[in-house]
Design a protein around this ligand. Structure first.
Ligand code: AR6
Length: 174
């Protein structure tokens, strides 16, 4: 198996354009759409996505559910819900870790080999970016060390600040 460094990538892009087996959506518990990356994914995937999402019965914070990708180049969408940042004393760290690890488990279960994550919770949910990036990288690395699927995980940053943080941490730690 390739080493972990070769199995983790970072790029600055719009996640909806990626040709991967699955992209992850930073959704809310209703799974019925919203703003940010969630809005962009629903817009690019088309209205059939919402029809499937209505059958899922929502998703608790930290858990994940899968749908087809519809009009996206990605075959599947893994919808997860990150925590809203309050003060760090309300289980935010554990819940964000769960959002990443449950997305990875679901990807493995469905044989997804290439998986792209947005920077979950770091937009309107206000999770501190550096803290979220460290947690995301650590959770993905730990999972990949123990599992051969997915083969490759991409961290897709939209804003330059997150992109800089991810590059810095990955260059320092890997
Ligand atoms: N591709 C990749 N990343 C993106 C894109 C895109 N097209 N658009 C935004 N981002 P947010 P949250 C980045 O607010 O904080 C929604 O309304 C953005 O720069 O989308 O988890 C949901 O329905 C940021 O780094 O998600 C929920 O109600 C990251 O995606 C709520 O927002 C996450 O920002 C979830 O909040």
């Amino acid at each position: 198996m390739k080493n972990i460094k070769d199995r983790i990538g970072v790029l600055q892009d719009d996640i909806t354009v990626l040709e991967v087996d699955a992209i992850v959506n930073a959704a809310n518990t209703s799974l019925l759409g919203g703003g940010g990356v969630d809005g962009a994914i629903h817009e690019a995937a088309g209205p059939a996505l919402l029809v499937e999402c209505r059958t899922l019965g929502g998703c608790p914070v930290g858990e994940a559910k899968i749908t087809k990708g519809y009009l996206l180049p990605a075959k599947h969408i893994i919808h997860t819900v990150g925590p809203v940042w309050r003060d760090g004393e309300h289980g935010e760290t554990e819940l964000l870790r769960n959002a990443y690890s449950n997305s990875l488990k679901l990807a493995k279960k469905h044989g997804i080999q290439t998986l792209a994550f947005p920077n979950i919770s770091t937009g309107v949910y206000r999770f501190p970016k550096r803290r979220a990036a460290k947690l995301a990288i650590e959770t993905v690395r730990t999972f990949l060390e123990k599992n051969s699927t997915p083969k490759k995980v991409l961290f897709v940053c939209y804003d330059g600040e997150n992109y800089g943080i991810y590059q810095e941490i990955l260059n320092a730690n890997l």
